[in-house]
Each structure stands twice: as C-alpha cells, then as structure tokens.
Design a protein around this ligand. Structure first.
Ligand code: TF8
Length: 337
C-alpha cells in the first residue's frame, strides 16, 4: 500500500528535480551589485526588511545578485534618491509614497487624512487593483514600483503640549514631509507646517528649529525621537505606505529572470515587513512610555473634528486634478470594507 503510493510521488519528485536543475542553470543571471538606499536606521523595521529582501535575492540568484543596503539616508534623502533612481545612478530604494508626489502627483491621494481605518484595509487596497494601478504610473517617470511596505499610521509628537483637540495644534511648528497635502492639512489644524527632509529631522527637533513632527510609533522609536520629544498623541491621522522602487533605466537592462527575482523577493519581504512592523508597533508604546514620553490617545469625537477641519485638503487635492484618483481610492476602500 505504502509503496504503491510512494512510487509515483518519488517518480514525480525525481522528474521535477531533473527538469528543474537545467532550468536553474539556464537562468539568465549576471553578477550585479544593487545599491538599496533607505532613510531610517539599520536597526528599524525598514532596515530589517531590506535585510530580508537582500537575503532573498541572494538565495534566489545563487549569490549572483548582491543587494547592499545603505541606511540612514547615506545615499541621500528620499527626494535625492528618487532622482538618483530616475537618472540611473542608484538601483533601488524604499521610502514613503508621500515624497513621490514630485514624480507622480496622484500618489498624494494616500496622504489625505482618515481614509484607511485599519491595516487590513490598507493591505487590500494597496495590493489590489487600485494600489497596483498607481504603481504602473511610475515607469513613464523613470521608476519601477515593486511592492508596498508598511510605514504605518502616523501620530504626532511635540515638545509643547499633548494634542487632545485640534485647537492644541495652534502655533506648533510641525515638521511635515515634502508634500502639499500634509502642509495643507496641518495648516488647517492651526499648526505651522514646515516641510523638511526626514534626514534633517532629528537635528531640527534637537535644536528646536521645529516643535514637533508626525510619524508611526516604530519610527519614533527607531529614530530616537523620544530623546528630544515629550508628548506623543495617538491621532492615526494618515496611513502611510512605503514603496520599494527600482531605477527604470537600470531595470530595463535586466533579464526577465533577474527582474522576476527582484519582484518575488519584494513580495516576500513585504509579508515579513508588515508582520514585523505590526508586532513592533504593539511594543513601541510601552517602550516610549518607559523612555519618559507622555502619551495620550485622542478621542474619536476630536478626531472627527480634525477630519472635518481637513476638508480643504480634500477639496484642494480634487481641484488640482486629483478628483479621479480620489474617487477611485474611495471606491476601492468601500470594496475593501
Ligand atoms: C517621513 C517618513 C520617513 C520615511 C523613511 C525615511 O516622515 O515617514 O520616515 O519615508 O523612508 O519623512
């Protein structure tokens, strides 16, 4: 009985092995060094996922493709790296979709506040037709988008006072990403929004050039913002995606096999990154409390007031040609619910 069942399985495995071996050898893979830049510290959810991506690429290419990670914006801040990818001077990066607005304006749609209600919804929309179709805009602009990772829900920190109502934003000099939606949103809350590259943020906080900033708890931890910020207010005002991108100029010179390895490794690292980020976020709040941050959760009623206040950001986005992409995203969100 056992042998009867076992034989065909064994035969199948052998056949597969004999077939697979020549295929692997025939794969068109050249030795290449891939410079993969990112803005956060090596010891961050971003750094850990870049490492997983690199290991996966090594494994899948039999060691021919080597990914070297460059942490902490050592290859440049996000906007500079985007330009390096477009020019072909750098192969890969990961950064917020928010800074991509200089390349493709419609990416600003993700930055409109209070769109996503949870991570599962974000996964569906980003990995589904909507998110993927937005990525297909990139090649015409000189970049190729492989996968979305999670940056996460953003929260506000500052040195002045806890944010419990939108009135508390009044007069706070708040660093935001280089993106008009953020500038508009926080100015409509009464803050004084200051666009600044992430690479300059720690120093700006330390020297009190700005009073506060907003980022997911993971980043507040990994970038040690708790050393220079007192109050953390849980607002979850925006779900911020990261996107793994490749230089189109360089990508076009790769074989199909090489492209597939990078694409598959990006998807594997995506699963790792989201799991890791979510697990870390659960621990971050108590870590940050231990570091002396004063943390408050903003009430739903107050968040609703903030959402109403942010209406001009939506109107302006639609008026500036974003109406269609906003409608498409809202449709995708409705479907994901
Ligand atoms: C920001 C972003 C950054 C990330 C990272 C540098 O506040 O959230 O933390 O995009 O890739 O600038």
């Amino acid at each position: 009985m056992t042998t009867l069942l076992f034989k065909p399985v064994l035969a199948g495995l052998l056949a597969a092995g004999f077939l697979a071996a020549p295929l692997v050898q025939a794969a068109d893979i050249k030795p290449r060094l891939i410079r993969f830049g990112y803005g956060l510290a090596e010891d961050s959810n971003q750094g850990r996922a870049v490492k997983v991506f690199a290991d996966e690429v090594t494994k899948r290419s039999g060691g021919k493709l080597k990914v070297k990670g460059f942490a902490s914006a050592t290859l440049g801040n996000d906007v500079q790296m985007q330009n390096a990818l477009i020019g072909g001077a750098q192969e890969m990066m990961v950064g917020s979709t928010a800074t991509l607005v200089g390349v493709e304006k419609d990416f600003g749609v993700y930055d409109l506040p209070f769109l996503f209600s949870n991570e599962q919804e974000a996964d569906k929309v980003l990995d589904g037709a909507f998110g993927q179709s937005l990525l297909t805009r990139l090649p015409a602009k000189g970049m190729v988008g492989l996968a979305y990772w999670e940056n996460g829900f953003r929260n506000v920190t500052n040195t002045k006072r806890p944010i419990t109502r939108f009135e508390d934003f009044q007069g706070i000099k708040l660093r935001v990403m280089q993106n008009p939606v953020y500038i508009e949103m926080f100015n409509s809350f009464g803050a004084n929004a200051v666009p600044l590259a992430f690479a300059e943020l720690f120093t700006a906080l330390e020297t009190r050039a700005v009073d506060g900033q907003e980022n997911p708890v993971n980043t507040i931890q990994s970038s040690k913002f708790y050393e220079v910020q007192k109050y953390l207010s849980i607002t979850k005002h925006v779900y911020s995606p990261w996107v793994v991108t490749v230089s189109k100029k360089w990508w076009d010179g790769l074989s199909r096999d090489e492209q597939k390895i990078l694409q598959d490794a990006a998807v594997v690292s995506r699963a790792f990154e989201r799991k890791d980020t979510r697990a870390e976020a659960m621990r971050s709040v108590s870590f940050l409390t231990q570091q002396g941050m004063q943390i408050n959760k903003v009430s739903d009623a107050e968040l609703k007031r903030m959402r109403d206040k942010a209406k001009p950001a939506f109107d302006r986005f639609a008026a500036n040609g974003g109406g269609e992409v906003l409608k498409a995203l809202q449709g995708a969100l409705a479907q994901a619910r």
